[in-house]
Design a protein around this ligand. Sequence first.
Ligand SMILES: Cc1ncc(COP(=O)(O)O)c(C=O)c1O
Length: 408
Amino acid sequence: MATDKAIALTPEDISALEEKYLFATYKRSELFCSHGSGVHLYDMNGKRYLDFLGGISVNSLGYGHPRLTRILTEQGRQLIHCSNLFYHPYQGALAKKLVEVSGMAKAFFTNSGTEAVEAALKIARAYGNARAGNGKPVILTLKNSFHGRTFGALSITTQDKYQAPFRPLVPDIEVVEEFTVQALEKAFSDRVCAFVMEPVQGEGGIVPLPVDFVRAGRVLCDRHDALLIADEIQCGLGRTGKYFAFEHFGIQPDVMTLAKSLAAGYPLGAVLGNARVAESLGPGDHGTTFGGGPLACRFALEVLRIIEDENLIAKVDSLGRYLMDEIKKLAIQHRSIREVRGMGFMIGIEMGAAAKETVSRLLKKGIITNAAHETVLRLLPPFIIEKKHADEFLTALDAVLGEIESES
Ligand SMILES: Cc1ncc(COP(=O)(O)O)c(C=O)c1O
């Protein structure tokens, strides 16, 4: 498939190169990717894998969607980058589309999720400073959250394993340790400029927040003139069976962040804000070299059109329910399954220590998943899977759990 000279490298060559020349940040699985097609990823030996992880919630349209391939080549020839000093046709058009589907007012485009979170945090501080000078600096975040690796995002990512080596972090971040209305009420004051939450925590192990908790967050933000920020980077854009996960909670945030599946594999992130924050960023307050380029924005516009044309959000909802129900049936037979959580195509199976073993045995059987938070088998399949793919996964999971349980 590949035409690059790198194809002459063997898997051993590739891992040796990485070991010698890369910072050791990633613990990779033994899967050497060659190419993808539809719901399948192929390794360098031509082995086919059913992808139930979708590049960690990125490849929502699978691999090689013909409409996306066409955009890539057409726009690649026309204009890949032109800087934010100038106009191109796609940034405003994408902002309009996102604003329409989200009920927001304004957008700013980034290259990644963590940068979208940084922009949201800057909006929060600018909003607080405009209201109360330095009397409103506090940003509330939740235990078990994940918002990214840059300093601001890391500072609200309240998991020790991510933060510990890099302290001191950004000041005036306070953590809500329990998902209860009382804990939230205790944490709020007029010093709070924003409350940040993932409606369904992703890296934290697929944990949907309690509905009354999120609703209380909305009420408290209004009471204390603070912004409700929904991080929809992993759970947004159709993944939970609605356009945005916050819709399941009957609330509307003031600010939201997007990335991952926004351009379905091409790097692009966004922060969206409502009328309350429309004036929070002015000329020169924020910027980026790459964010919102013509190729990325045109790509994302096409992704959103495909999701609508192929009615994929309704499909995620119905097939997601089937998958969830069938996994719950497996939970009755298999003691390794302790809990099944999630919505749509964002499913977590709490398994304790068996999660990692399950991931590696599924991989051997040609199915890609991963373990979030060490103990949770995480499923984030592309929106284009069919029932037969769900059944293939369920059969493999049943077999793997049978093997593991018979050995223990
Ligand atoms: C909820 C959430 N926010 C932010 C991020 C950071 O995104 P990125 O890795 O694109 O910087 C992630 C990535 O996993 C995420 O899941």
